[in-house]
Write a protein that binds this ligand. Structure first.
Ligand code: ZN
Length: 215
């Protein structure tokens, strides 16, 4: 099990995975805790500001379960190292805040046939989709072009709380074989009017990642 990014999404996702008794968690993050993170990145506290997120996350998660094995990887994810970083994971949770890195993870997960739990948030809106390579569309089928870049975007802390929890739920469902995963369906949560909608996503045969010319 790997959680890529220990921010607003990776925090609740990893907390619920640890609390569920996941024995081994690989955490990938190369950032330090900043005061502005604290409204949503619930793995980290005021006293962790300035420390690596990996360090505070490892401390919090092993406090939840002392027998959890945490494998911390202090690395930026790049096209060169992504395959190595996710190697051996049975599921990868998308805790990223940018599309270029998400696309790298998506591609590596498809290539290595590792399930990928995509999540993204902005403001009061979030989205979720489970990617099961060879069984459904990938992230690039769902979002072919990177949405316009915003260097800073506001996030109401509870929004990644909702989506990160659902990512943990999808992960636990996959490893236990319970329920129906969110494959080929993008869930859109809108906290403004408190709605959950679902958009059907088809696999694109010409997708550069999972289509017949991809991989
Ligand atoms: Zn695809």
């Amino acid at each position: 099990m790997a959680v890529a990014g220990l921010g607003g999404l990776g925090s609740p996702a990893s907390i619920y995975l640890a609390a569920a008794g996941i024995g081994h968690l690989t955490l990938i993050d190369a950032q330090r805790v900043e005061p502005s993170n604290l409204n949503r990145q619930v793995l980290h506290s005021e006293s962790d500001v300035g420390q690596s997120k990996l360090k505070s996350a490892t401390k919090k998660l092993t406090e939840i379960h002392s027998n959890i094995e945490v494998d911390g990887i202090y690395r930026e994810i790049t096209s060169k190292n992504v395959d190595r970083l996710i190697k051996g994971a049975d599921v990868v949770v998308d805790g990223m805040d940018n599309y270029p890195t998400r696309y790298l993870l998506n591609r590596a997960c498809v290539r290595n046939r590792v399930p990928f739990i995509h999540g993204a948030v902005e403001g009061l809106v979030g989205q979720l989709m489970t990617i099961l390579p060879s069984r459904g569309p990938c992230l690039k089928c769902a979002v072919p072009k990177e949405p316009p870049k915003k260097p800073h975007f506001p996030v109401l802390g509870a929004t990644p709380g909702v989506i990160g929890c659902l990512q943990a739920m999808e992960t636990i469902k996959l490893i236990t074989g319970v329920g129906k995963p969110l494959v080929g369906r993008m869930l859109i949560f809108n906290g403004t009017d408190m709605t959950f909608d679902e958009i059907k996503v088809n696999r694109d045969p010409s997708c550069p990642v999972c289509g017949k010319h991809g991989r």
